[in-house]
Design a protein around this ligand. Structure first.
Ligand code: NAD
Length: 338
């Protein structure tokens, strides 16, 4: 089994491509790969991600600006890579509902273009999500849970998975489909639940939740990035679907209470609105843990504290005129359900 000590050797000088590299999850994955010694080509069109997200590794990567759903030919880096992490997507469920055609173009046709450009036999990791499971029939949800498209986002992710298996069979790609649950952390923006709560607290001095009851399975982004590195380090999970999540179930109310406490004891109000989306989510992560030795290391309290610190730094930077000038995306703050 590939465990951390072995992984170090495995990644040295290994050529990896990360699509969606300038996004929330992609930028943390790029940092983790660079730290392992990999040669990383970071691919993105900056439609939602930002160059600022890659600031810390700017001199250590090959930057490739490419629209996976556009007309320009695929970059050579894709055909040269031993490992391709395909994260680029219209990742925000609300944005997918607003523009389902674009969601299909990017998440399905774009995925096809990425897969077709991968070199025969390469290791490919495709980021799918727990939303493809639809309403949970049993908890925790394992990889055998039926999939059900309930919105354009989950539809396009299910189609992306199917395309992946077809392409993998046709061209000998060593594919792993990762069904990620709710990742949170620094650089996540928009109205996902964690950044929304933190911004609300910082801006208004109180927290309002639509309903305290729903639960989600939250993983800190450094743990998610480490898991992706482990998944691709060996072949134990090639040809497999694998869940990625902490295995812990946290209610939105508990989450809000923790954020409120970390922000100095803010009041939390429950608006008791009807629940939209799944009432509960919890990941069965035993397949991932057994195959890779991965365990989440950062608990919710510490992860939230680090995330709050990042939001506070961003607010300070935004207030300081000299810090402005990063290339920012116009769509970086649209909303979603995670
Ligand atoms: N964050 C989570 O909790 C979560 C959960 C499940 C699945 N996922 C999946 O993980 C991946 C990354 O998600 P994220 O949260 O980091 O989202 P994100 O929006 O921060 O990152 C997506 C990146 O893809 C890029 N992109 C979009 N369209 C593109 C195009 N046409 N060409 C090139 N690049 C393009 C964006 O600019 C952005 O940088 C997505 O595939 C998402 O569906 C994320």
């Amino acid at each position: 089994m590939p465990v951390a000590a072995e992984t170090n050797k495995l990644w040295t000088r290994r050529r990896a491509v990360v699509t969606g590299a300038a996004g929330f999850l992609g930028s943390h994955l790029v940092e983790a790969l660079v730290a392992e010694g990999a040669r990383v080509a970071a691919v993105d069109n900056l439609s939602a991600g930002t160059a600022a997200n890659l600031e810390a590794v700017r001199d250590d990567i090959d930057w490739v600006e490419w629209d996976i759903a556009g007309d320009s030919p695929a970059p050579a880096a894709l055909g040269e890579a031993e490992v391709v992490f395909h994260l680029a997507a219209l990742a925000n469920p609300a944005a997918c509902r607003q523009d389902p055609r674009r969601a299909w173009r990017v998440n399905v046709e774009g995925t096809r273009r990425v897969l077709e450009a991968c070199r025969v036999g390469s290791r490919v990791v495709f980021l799918s999500g727990a939303l493809t499971y639809g309403e949970p029939l049993a908890l925790p949800m394992d990889e055998l849970h039926p999939q059900q498209a309930r919105d354009p986002y989950s539809l396009t992710k299910i189609a992306g998975e199917s395309l992946g298996w077809l392409e993998a069979a046709a061209r000998g790609l060593r594919l792993t489909v990762v069904r990620n649950f709710s990742t949170y952390g620094p650089r996540q923006v928009g109205d996902y639940v964690v950044p929304s709560l933190i911004r609300q607290g910082l801006d208004t001095g109180r927290l309002r939740v639509r309903n305290r009851q729903p639960t989600r399975d939250f993983t800190y982004v450094a743990d998610t990035a480490a898991a992706l590195v482990e998944v691709a380090a060996g072949d134990a999970l090639s040809g497999e679907v694998v869940n990625l999540g902490s295995g812990a179930e946290t209610s939105i109310g508990e989450l809000a209470d923790q954020v409120a406490a970390l922000l100095g004891g803010l009041p939390v109000e429950d608006l008791r609105e009807p629940v939209t989306g799944s009432l509960r989510q919890r990941c069965r992560n035993s397949k991932l843990c057994q195959a890779t030795g991965w365990r989440p290391r950062v608990n919710l309290h510490d992860g939230l504290a680090r995330t709050i610190a990042w939001h506070e730094r961003q607010a300070a930077l935004a207030a300081a005129p000299a810090a402005k000038g990063f290339r920012e995306s116009p769509t970086a703050t649209t909303g979603g359900a995670r």
